[in-house]
Write a new protein. Structure first.
Length: 501
Protein backbone atom coordinates (compact mmCIF):
# COMPACT_ATOMS: atom_id res chain seq x y z
CA UNK A 1 0.00 0.00 0.00
CA UNK A 2 1.32 3.46 -0.87
CA UNK A 3 2.67 5.40 2.13
CA UNK A 4 0.43 8.37 1.27
CA UNK A 5 -2.67 6.14 1.36
CA UNK A 6 -1.57 4.48 4.60
CA UNK A 7 -1.07 7.83 6.34
CA UNK A 8 -4.42 9.01 5.07
CA UNK A 9 -6.50 6.07 6.27
CA UNK A 10 -4.91 6.43 9.71
CA UNK A 11 -6.34 9.96 9.86
CA UNK A 12 -9.93 8.97 9.07
CA UNK A 13 -12.48 9.63 11.80
CA UNK A 14 -15.21 7.06 12.55
CA UNK A 15 -17.85 9.00 10.58
CA UNK A 16 -15.52 9.30 7.57
CA UNK A 17 -14.90 5.55 7.64
CA UNK A 18 -18.66 4.96 7.79
CA UNK A 19 -19.54 6.98 4.69
CA UNK A 20 -16.60 6.00 2.43
CA UNK A 21 -18.31 2.85 1.03
CA UNK A 22 -21.30 4.93 -0.06
CA UNK A 23 -19.62 7.93 -1.71
CA UNK A 24 -20.64 6.72 -5.17
CA UNK A 25 -24.27 7.45 -4.23
CA UNK A 26 -23.41 11.19 -4.34
CA UNK A 27 -26.54 12.11 -2.38
CA UNK A 28 -26.36 13.18 1.27
CA UNK A 29 -29.81 11.78 2.11
CA UNK A 30 -29.05 8.36 0.62
CA UNK A 31 -25.61 8.26 2.24
CA UNK A 32 -27.22 9.19 5.55
CA UNK A 33 -29.66 6.29 5.25
CA UNK A 34 -27.03 3.71 4.26
CA UNK A 35 -24.42 4.79 6.81
CA UNK A 36 -27.05 5.15 9.56
CA UNK A 37 -25.91 8.69 10.36
CA UNK A 38 -27.95 11.86 10.54
CA UNK A 39 -27.52 14.27 7.64
CA UNK A 40 -25.56 16.78 9.74
CA UNK A 41 -22.96 14.11 10.57
CA UNK A 42 -22.75 13.15 6.88
CA UNK A 43 -22.13 16.77 5.86
CA UNK A 44 -19.45 17.08 8.52
CA UNK A 45 -17.77 13.87 7.32
CA UNK A 46 -17.87 15.10 3.71
CA UNK A 47 -16.15 18.30 4.81
CA UNK A 48 -13.44 16.25 6.55
CA UNK A 49 -12.93 14.20 3.35
CA UNK A 50 -12.76 17.40 1.32
CA UNK A 51 -10.05 18.75 3.65
CA UNK A 52 -8.07 15.57 2.93
CA UNK A 53 -8.47 16.05 -0.87
CA UNK A 54 -10.49 12.83 -1.20
CA UNK A 55 -13.52 14.62 -2.64
CA UNK A 56 -14.22 18.09 -4.00
CA UNK A 57 -17.25 19.81 -2.50
CA UNK A 58 -19.41 22.46 -4.12
CA UNK A 59 -21.78 24.34 -1.88
CA UNK A 60 -24.49 26.72 -2.89
CA UNK A 61 -27.10 28.44 -0.79
CA UNK A 62 -30.72 28.68 -1.87
CA UNK A 63 -33.39 30.73 -0.17
CA UNK A 64 -36.54 28.93 0.92
CA UNK A 65 -39.78 30.36 2.29
CA UNK A 66 -41.30 28.26 5.04
CA UNK A 67 -43.84 28.41 7.85
CA UNK A 68 -42.90 29.67 11.30
CA UNK A 69 -44.58 28.66 14.57
CA UNK A 70 -47.74 30.76 14.13
CA UNK A 71 -47.89 29.92 10.43
CA UNK A 72 -48.15 26.20 11.25
CA UNK A 73 -50.99 26.93 13.70
CA UNK A 74 -52.81 29.23 11.25
CA UNK A 75 -52.51 26.70 8.42
CA UNK A 76 -54.12 24.06 10.62
CA UNK A 77 -56.75 26.19 12.39
CA UNK A 78 -57.25 29.14 10.03
CA UNK A 79 -55.85 32.66 9.86
CA UNK A 80 -56.99 35.05 12.64
CA UNK A 81 -58.90 37.17 10.09
CA UNK A 82 -60.80 34.09 8.88
CA UNK A 83 -61.69 33.02 12.43
CA UNK A 84 -62.84 36.56 13.18
CA UNK A 85 -64.87 36.72 9.97
CA UNK A 86 -66.63 33.41 10.77
CA UNK A 87 -67.53 34.76 14.20
CA UNK A 88 -68.88 38.02 12.71
CA UNK A 89 -70.98 36.10 10.15
CA UNK A 90 -72.54 34.13 13.00
CA UNK A 91 -72.91 37.21 15.21
CA UNK A 92 -73.55 40.12 12.83
CA UNK A 93 -73.87 43.61 14.33
CA UNK A 94 -72.00 42.55 17.46
CA UNK A 95 -70.43 45.24 19.64
CA UNK A 96 -66.67 45.65 19.19
CA UNK A 97 -65.87 45.03 22.89
CA UNK A 98 -68.06 41.92 23.00
CA UNK A 99 -66.46 40.67 19.79
CA UNK A 100 -62.99 41.20 21.24
CA UNK A 101 -63.79 39.23 24.39
CA UNK A 102 -65.59 36.32 22.71
CA UNK A 103 -63.85 35.73 19.37
CA UNK A 104 -61.02 33.60 20.84
CA UNK A 105 -58.15 35.74 19.53
CA UNK A 106 -55.51 37.44 21.62
CA UNK A 107 -55.33 41.24 21.54
CA UNK A 108 -52.63 41.42 18.91
CA UNK A 109 -54.33 38.91 16.59
CA UNK A 110 -57.66 40.68 17.06
CA UNK A 111 -56.28 44.11 16.18
CA UNK A 112 -54.47 42.84 13.08
CA UNK A 113 -57.42 40.72 11.91
CA UNK A 114 -59.91 43.56 12.40
CA UNK A 115 -57.69 45.90 10.38
CA UNK A 116 -57.39 43.37 7.54
CA UNK A 117 -61.16 42.79 7.35
CA UNK A 118 -61.76 46.56 7.25
CA UNK A 119 -59.07 47.05 4.60
CA UNK A 120 -60.65 44.34 2.44
CA UNK A 121 -64.07 46.02 2.84
CA UNK A 122 -65.53 42.85 4.37
CA UNK A 123 -66.79 44.70 7.45
CA UNK A 124 -67.54 48.21 8.64
CA UNK A 125 -67.87 49.73 12.10
CA UNK A 126 -71.02 51.73 12.76
CA UNK A 127 -71.97 53.10 16.19
CA UNK A 128 -69.55 50.72 17.89
CA UNK A 129 -70.98 47.64 16.12
CA UNK A 130 -69.34 45.41 13.53
CA UNK A 131 -71.38 45.17 10.30
CA UNK A 132 -70.71 42.53 7.64
CA UNK A 133 -70.52 44.34 4.29
CA UNK A 134 -69.82 41.39 1.99
CA UNK A 135 -72.03 38.50 0.96
CA UNK A 136 -71.24 35.44 3.04
CA UNK A 137 -70.21 33.33 0.06
CA UNK A 138 -67.60 35.70 -1.33
CA UNK A 139 -66.40 36.61 2.16
CA UNK A 140 -65.43 32.99 2.84
CA UNK A 141 -63.30 32.58 -0.30
CA UNK A 142 -59.71 31.74 0.53
CA UNK A 143 -57.43 34.77 0.57
CA UNK A 144 -54.19 34.94 -1.40
CA UNK A 145 -52.28 34.68 1.89
CA UNK A 146 -54.07 31.45 2.84
CA UNK A 147 -53.41 29.88 -0.57
CA UNK A 148 -49.77 30.91 -0.29
CA UNK A 149 -49.36 29.30 3.16
CA UNK A 150 -50.78 26.03 1.80
CA UNK A 151 -48.09 25.99 -0.92
CA UNK A 152 -45.13 26.29 1.47
CA UNK A 153 -42.26 25.47 1.62
CA UNK A 154 -41.16 27.07 -1.68
CA UNK A 155 -37.89 28.16 -3.27
CA UNK A 156 -37.67 31.94 -3.12
CA UNK A 157 -36.27 32.13 -6.66
CA UNK A 158 -39.47 30.56 -8.02
CA UNK A 159 -41.83 33.11 -6.45
CA UNK A 160 -43.67 35.60 -8.63
CA UNK A 161 -43.98 39.27 -7.69
CA UNK A 162 -47.44 38.79 -6.16
CA UNK A 163 -46.10 36.07 -3.84
CA UNK A 164 -43.12 38.26 -2.86
CA UNK A 165 -45.57 41.04 -1.94
CA UNK A 166 -47.51 38.55 0.21
CA UNK A 167 -44.28 37.64 2.05
CA UNK A 168 -43.58 41.31 2.76
CA UNK A 169 -47.04 41.66 4.28
CA UNK A 170 -46.78 38.45 6.32
CA UNK A 171 -43.29 39.31 7.62
CA UNK A 172 -44.77 42.32 9.44
CA UNK A 173 -46.85 39.85 11.47
CA UNK A 174 -45.36 37.68 14.17
CA UNK A 175 -43.82 34.29 13.30
CA UNK A 176 -46.00 33.36 10.30
CA UNK A 177 -43.38 32.91 7.56
CA UNK A 178 -39.64 33.33 7.26
CA UNK A 179 -37.06 33.27 4.49
CA UNK A 180 -34.24 30.87 5.31
CA UNK A 181 -31.06 29.92 3.55
CA UNK A 182 -30.41 26.23 3.00
CA UNK A 183 -26.98 24.89 2.06
CA UNK A 184 -27.03 22.39 -0.80
CA UNK A 185 -23.95 20.17 -1.06
CA UNK A 186 -22.74 18.37 -4.16
CA UNK A 187 -19.37 16.63 -4.50
CA UNK A 188 -17.20 14.64 -6.86
CA UNK A 189 -14.66 11.95 -6.01
CA UNK A 190 -11.22 13.06 -7.16
CA UNK A 191 -8.04 11.06 -7.91
CA UNK A 192 -6.99 10.36 -4.33
CA UNK A 193 -10.57 9.43 -3.48
CA UNK A 194 -10.70 6.90 -6.32
CA UNK A 195 -7.72 5.12 -4.78
CA UNK A 196 -9.27 5.15 -1.28
CA UNK A 197 -12.62 3.62 -2.31
CA UNK A 198 -11.07 0.59 -4.01
CA UNK A 199 -12.53 -2.59 -2.43
CA UNK A 200 -9.20 -3.77 -0.99
CA UNK A 201 -8.56 -0.37 0.65
CA UNK A 202 -12.11 -0.21 2.04
CA UNK A 203 -11.58 -3.69 3.49
CA UNK A 204 -8.37 -2.50 5.17
CA UNK A 205 -10.16 0.56 6.55
CA UNK A 206 -13.02 -1.51 7.98
CA UNK A 207 -10.54 -3.67 9.91
CA UNK A 208 -8.78 -0.71 11.52
CA UNK A 209 -8.87 -0.56 15.31
CA UNK A 210 -7.68 2.98 16.08
CA UNK A 211 -7.85 4.62 19.48
CA UNK A 212 -9.51 8.04 19.26
CA UNK A 213 -8.20 9.65 22.46
CA UNK A 214 -5.61 9.20 25.17
CA UNK A 215 -7.29 9.01 28.59
CA UNK A 216 -5.81 9.56 32.08
CA UNK A 217 -6.57 5.91 32.88
CA UNK A 218 -4.54 4.70 29.88
CA UNK A 219 -1.58 6.83 30.98
CA UNK A 220 -1.84 5.53 34.55
CA UNK A 221 -2.05 1.86 33.60
CA UNK A 222 0.20 2.02 30.55
CA UNK A 223 -2.66 0.69 28.44
CA UNK A 224 -1.63 2.92 25.57
CA UNK A 225 1.53 0.94 24.90
CA UNK A 226 1.47 -0.96 21.64
CA UNK A 227 -1.82 0.66 20.59
CA UNK A 228 -2.44 2.52 17.36
CA UNK A 229 -3.86 6.02 17.64
CA UNK A 230 -5.73 7.89 14.97
CA UNK A 231 -3.76 10.75 13.45
CA UNK A 232 -5.68 14.01 13.93
CA UNK A 233 -6.29 16.60 11.25
CA UNK A 234 -5.80 19.84 13.16
CA UNK A 235 -7.12 21.92 10.23
CA UNK A 236 -10.61 20.41 10.27
CA UNK A 237 -13.55 22.67 11.02
CA UNK A 238 -15.16 22.19 14.42
CA UNK A 239 -18.65 23.04 15.72
CA UNK A 240 -19.20 26.65 16.71
CA UNK A 241 -19.18 27.43 20.41
CA UNK A 242 -21.52 30.21 21.47
CA UNK A 243 -19.92 32.06 24.35
CA UNK A 244 -21.96 34.15 26.76
CA UNK A 245 -22.37 37.80 25.76
CA UNK A 246 -24.55 40.82 26.41
CA UNK A 247 -27.98 41.11 24.78
CA UNK A 248 -27.44 42.90 21.46
CA UNK A 249 -29.99 45.69 21.99
CA UNK A 250 -28.76 46.51 25.49
CA UNK A 251 -25.21 46.56 24.11
CA UNK A 252 -26.44 49.07 21.53
CA UNK A 253 -27.98 51.26 24.26
CA UNK A 254 -24.71 51.14 26.20
CA UNK A 255 -22.82 52.29 23.10
CA UNK A 256 -25.27 55.17 22.56
CA UNK A 257 -24.88 56.23 26.20
CA UNK A 258 -21.09 56.06 25.89
CA UNK A 259 -21.09 58.17 22.70
CA UNK A 260 -23.33 60.85 24.20
CA UNK A 261 -21.19 61.10 27.33
CA UNK A 262 -18.09 61.35 25.10
CA UNK A 263 -19.80 64.26 23.31
CA UNK A 264 -20.08 66.11 26.62
CA UNK A 265 -23.67 65.24 27.58
CA UNK A 266 -24.73 64.61 31.18
CA UNK A 267 -27.36 61.93 31.82
CA UNK A 268 -30.79 62.87 33.20
CA UNK A 269 -32.86 60.43 35.28
CA UNK A 270 -36.53 60.31 36.26
CA UNK A 271 -39.49 58.22 37.43
CA UNK A 272 -41.67 55.93 35.34
CA UNK A 273 -44.80 57.34 37.02
CA UNK A 274 -45.12 61.08 36.41
CA UNK A 275 -47.63 63.86 36.91
CA UNK A 276 -49.50 65.44 34.02
CA UNK A 277 -48.04 68.73 35.25
CA UNK A 278 -44.49 67.88 34.20
CA UNK A 279 -45.46 65.83 31.17
CA UNK A 280 -47.97 68.31 29.69
CA UNK A 281 -48.57 71.56 31.59
CA UNK A 282 -44.92 72.48 32.09
CA UNK A 283 -44.45 71.86 28.36
CA UNK A 284 -47.17 74.38 27.42
CA UNK A 285 -49.63 71.67 26.38
CA UNK A 286 -53.17 72.84 27.26
CA UNK A 287 -55.44 70.71 29.41
CA UNK A 288 -57.95 70.37 26.56
CA UNK A 289 -55.31 68.97 24.14
CA UNK A 290 -56.34 65.66 22.50
CA UNK A 291 -53.02 64.00 23.44
CA UNK A 292 -54.16 64.12 27.09
CA UNK A 293 -57.13 61.81 26.46
CA UNK A 294 -57.16 58.43 28.21
CA UNK A 295 -56.71 56.64 24.87
CA UNK A 296 -53.24 58.17 24.47
CA UNK A 297 -51.88 57.50 27.96
CA UNK A 298 -51.80 54.87 30.69
CA UNK A 299 -53.47 56.53 33.67
CA UNK A 300 -52.71 55.63 37.28
CA UNK A 301 -55.99 54.92 39.10
CA UNK A 302 -54.86 55.63 42.66
CA UNK A 303 -54.45 59.19 43.86
CA UNK A 304 -50.76 59.80 44.43
CA UNK A 305 -48.62 62.61 45.76
CA UNK A 306 -45.10 61.80 44.68
CA UNK A 307 -43.46 65.21 44.61
CA UNK A 308 -43.71 68.82 45.70
CA UNK A 309 -43.54 71.41 42.93
CA UNK A 310 -42.30 74.92 43.64
CA UNK A 311 -45.13 77.44 43.95
CA UNK A 312 -43.18 79.76 41.64
CA UNK A 313 -43.27 77.20 38.83
CA UNK A 314 -46.95 76.34 39.38
CA UNK A 315 -47.86 80.04 39.31
CA UNK A 316 -45.82 80.69 36.15
CA UNK A 317 -47.34 77.72 34.33
CA UNK A 318 -50.88 78.64 35.40
CA UNK A 319 -50.47 82.25 34.25
CA UNK A 320 -48.98 81.41 30.87
CA UNK A 321 -51.69 78.81 30.13
CA UNK A 322 -54.53 81.16 31.05
CA UNK A 323 -52.98 84.06 29.15
CA UNK A 324 -51.97 82.26 25.95
CA UNK A 325 -54.53 79.44 25.74
CA UNK A 326 -57.41 81.45 27.22
CA UNK A 327 -58.96 78.87 29.59
CA UNK A 328 -59.24 78.23 33.34
CA UNK A 329 -56.24 76.12 34.30
CA UNK A 330 -56.79 73.36 36.92
CA UNK A 331 -54.12 72.24 39.39
CA UNK A 332 -56.18 69.09 40.17
CA UNK A 333 -56.05 68.06 36.52
CA UNK A 334 -52.31 68.76 36.42
CA UNK A 335 -51.70 66.48 39.42
CA UNK A 336 -53.15 63.34 37.81
CA UNK A 337 -50.50 60.63 37.45
CA UNK A 338 -49.69 58.61 34.33
CA UNK A 339 -47.03 56.19 33.09
CA UNK A 340 -44.36 58.30 31.41
CA UNK A 341 -45.40 58.68 27.73
CA UNK A 342 -42.35 60.71 26.64
CA UNK A 343 -38.84 61.46 27.82
CA UNK A 344 -39.30 65.23 27.41
CA UNK A 345 -40.49 65.44 31.02
CA UNK A 346 -36.86 65.05 32.16
CA UNK A 347 -35.81 67.95 29.95
CA UNK A 348 -38.52 70.10 31.55
CA UNK A 349 -37.34 69.19 35.05
CA UNK A 350 -33.72 69.87 34.11
CA UNK A 351 -34.59 73.34 32.80
CA UNK A 352 -36.47 74.04 36.05
CA UNK A 353 -33.36 73.06 38.06
CA UNK A 354 -31.30 75.97 36.63
CA UNK A 355 -28.99 73.96 34.32
CA UNK A 356 -25.48 74.90 33.24
CA UNK A 357 -25.23 77.44 30.42
CA UNK A 358 -23.74 76.16 28.21
CA UNK A 359 -24.87 72.63 29.09
CA UNK A 360 -25.72 69.35 27.37
CA UNK A 361 -28.11 66.76 28.83
CA UNK A 362 -29.59 63.44 27.66
CA UNK A 363 -31.64 60.50 28.87
CA UNK A 364 -32.55 57.06 27.54
CA UNK A 365 -36.09 56.86 28.85
CA UNK A 366 -38.54 53.95 29.00
CA UNK A 367 -41.89 55.27 27.76
CA UNK A 368 -45.43 53.89 27.56
CA UNK A 369 -48.29 54.66 25.15
CA UNK A 370 -51.31 52.58 24.08
CA UNK A 371 -50.68 51.30 20.55
CA UNK A 372 -51.37 48.38 18.23
CA UNK A 373 -48.26 46.20 18.40
CA UNK A 374 -46.79 45.26 15.03
CA UNK A 375 -43.42 45.16 13.24
CA UNK A 376 -42.89 48.91 13.73
CA UNK A 377 -44.83 49.75 16.90
CA UNK A 378 -44.69 48.82 20.59
CA UNK A 379 -46.72 50.11 23.52
CA UNK A 380 -43.57 50.11 25.68
CA UNK A 381 -40.51 51.65 24.06
CA UNK A 382 -37.29 53.58 24.61
CA UNK A 383 -36.71 57.21 23.70
CA UNK A 384 -33.42 59.08 23.62
CA UNK A 385 -34.12 62.59 24.85
CA UNK A 386 -31.73 65.49 24.85
CA UNK A 387 -31.31 69.23 25.25
CA UNK A 388 -28.50 71.69 24.64
CA UNK A 389 -28.62 74.93 26.61
CA UNK A 390 -26.52 77.77 25.19
CA UNK A 391 -26.82 81.31 23.92
CA UNK A 392 -26.71 82.03 20.17
CA UNK A 393 -27.69 78.50 19.10
CA UNK A 394 -29.72 78.29 15.88
CA UNK A 395 -32.06 75.89 14.11
CA UNK A 396 -29.18 74.97 11.78
CA UNK A 397 -27.21 73.73 14.80
CA UNK A 398 -30.16 71.45 15.67
CA UNK A 399 -30.30 69.96 12.14
CA UNK A 400 -26.55 69.23 12.28
CA UNK A 401 -27.00 67.42 15.61
CA UNK A 402 -29.86 65.31 14.22
CA UNK A 403 -27.80 64.35 11.15
CA UNK A 404 -25.00 63.27 13.48
CA UNK A 405 -27.43 61.07 15.43
CA UNK A 406 -28.78 59.48 12.24
CA UNK A 407 -25.26 58.63 11.08
CA UNK A 408 -23.54 57.78 14.36
CA UNK A 409 -26.39 55.96 16.10
CA UNK A 410 -28.55 54.57 13.26
CA UNK A 411 -25.60 53.90 10.95
CA UNK A 412 -27.06 55.90 8.04
CA UNK A 413 -24.33 56.36 5.43
CA UNK A 414 -25.77 58.94 3.03
CA UNK A 415 -27.48 62.29 3.56
CA UNK A 416 -30.08 61.27 0.96
CA UNK A 417 -31.35 58.65 3.45
CA UNK A 418 -32.01 61.36 6.07
CA UNK A 419 -35.10 63.55 5.75
CA UNK A 420 -36.50 66.48 7.73
CA UNK A 421 -40.15 67.52 7.66
CA UNK A 422 -41.80 70.43 9.41
CA UNK A 423 -43.92 69.38 12.39
CA UNK A 424 -45.84 70.80 15.33
CA UNK A 425 -45.33 70.38 19.07
CA UNK A 426 -46.87 72.72 21.67
CA UNK A 427 -43.52 73.15 23.43
CA UNK A 428 -41.12 73.82 20.50
CA UNK A 429 -41.06 76.41 17.73
CA UNK A 430 -39.87 75.80 15.08
CA UNK A 431 -40.41 72.02 15.17
CA UNK A 432 -39.05 69.31 12.91
CA UNK A 433 -39.58 65.58 12.29
CA UNK A 434 -36.57 63.34 11.61
CA UNK A 435 -37.06 60.43 9.18
CA UNK A 436 -34.57 57.81 8.01
CA UNK A 437 -34.83 55.32 5.18
CA UNK A 438 -35.10 51.68 6.32
CA UNK A 439 -34.25 48.98 3.72
CA UNK A 440 -37.51 47.09 4.38
CA UNK A 441 -40.04 49.71 5.51
CA UNK A 442 -38.82 52.72 3.50
CA UNK A 443 -39.09 56.09 5.25
CA UNK A 444 -39.81 55.75 8.97
CA UNK A 445 -40.26 58.49 11.54
CA UNK A 446 -37.55 58.47 14.20
CA UNK A 447 -38.77 61.35 16.35
CA UNK A 448 -39.22 65.06 16.73
CA UNK A 449 -37.08 68.05 17.62
CA UNK A 450 -37.19 71.81 17.90
CA UNK A 451 -36.26 74.87 19.94
CA UNK A 452 -38.10 75.14 23.27
CA UNK A 453 -40.61 77.99 23.26
CA UNK A 454 -39.95 80.90 25.59
CA UNK A 455 -43.33 80.14 27.26
CA UNK A 456 -41.76 76.86 28.46
CA UNK A 457 -38.29 78.14 29.37
CA UNK A 458 -39.42 81.34 31.12
CA UNK A 459 -42.09 79.50 33.16
CA UNK A 460 -39.57 76.96 34.44
CA UNK A 461 -36.32 78.93 34.60
CA UNK A 462 -37.57 82.47 35.15
CA UNK A 463 -35.68 83.77 32.12
CA UNK A 464 -35.41 82.92 28.45
CA UNK A 465 -32.36 81.11 27.05
CA UNK A 466 -31.99 79.09 23.86
CA UNK A 467 -32.65 75.37 24.38
CA UNK A 468 -32.38 72.89 21.49
CA UNK A 469 -34.44 69.76 22.20
CA UNK A 470 -35.15 66.38 20.63
CA UNK A 471 -36.88 63.12 21.46
CA UNK A 472 -36.02 60.20 19.19
CA UNK A 473 -37.32 56.62 19.09
CA UNK A 474 -34.10 54.78 19.79
CA UNK A 475 -35.78 51.41 19.16
CA UNK A 476 -36.23 52.42 15.51
CA UNK A 477 -32.70 53.78 15.33
CA UNK A 478 -31.58 50.34 16.53
CA UNK A 479 -33.64 48.63 13.82
CA UNK A 480 -31.64 50.50 11.16
CA UNK A 481 -28.27 50.03 12.86
CA UNK A 482 -28.71 46.33 13.71
CA UNK A 483 -30.59 45.38 10.51
CA UNK A 484 -33.71 44.36 12.44
CA UNK A 485 -36.87 43.83 10.39
CA UNK A 486 -39.32 43.55 13.30
CA UNK A 487 -39.10 45.90 16.30
CA UNK A 488 -40.27 43.07 18.61
CA UNK A 489 -37.02 41.21 17.88
CA UNK A 490 -35.15 43.82 19.94
CA UNK A 491 -36.58 42.06 23.01
CA UNK A 492 -36.63 38.51 21.62
CA UNK A 493 -35.88 35.32 23.53
CA UNK A 494 -35.10 33.49 20.26
CA UNK A 495 -31.67 31.91 20.86
CA UNK A 496 -30.80 31.90 17.15
CA UNK A 497 -31.25 35.68 16.91
CA UNK A 498 -29.50 36.27 20.24
CA UNK A 499 -26.49 34.22 19.11
CA UNK A 500 -26.17 35.80 15.67
CA UNK A 501 -26.69 39.47 16.56
Amino acid sequence: MEEEILDLINQLSPIERKILPYLELKDTEKISEKAELDETAVKRALQFLSNKKIIKIEQKKDKFVDLEKNGVVYLKNGMPERKLLHFIIENNEIGINELKSKCGLNEQEFNVALGILKRRSLISIENGKIILTSKNGSALNKSLEEKFLEALPMEYSKLNQEQKNIIKELETRKEIVSIKEKSLITFEIIDLGRKIIKPEILKEISSLNLIESLTPAMIKTGGWKGKKFRIYDVESKVPEIYAGKGQFYYNFLKEVRKKLIAMGFEEMEGNLIVSEFWNFDALFQPQFHVAREWTDNYNVKNKLKLEKIENRIISNVKNIHEKKWNYKWSLNKAMNYILRPQGTIMSAKTIASNPKNPGRYFSIARCFRPDVIDAKHLSEFNQVEGIIVADKLTFTNLLDILRTFAKEIAGIKNDKDIRFQSDYYPFTEPSIELDIKHPLFGWIEIGGAGIFRKEVVESLLGKNVTVLAWGLGIDRLAMAKLDIKDIRHLFTDDLKILREK
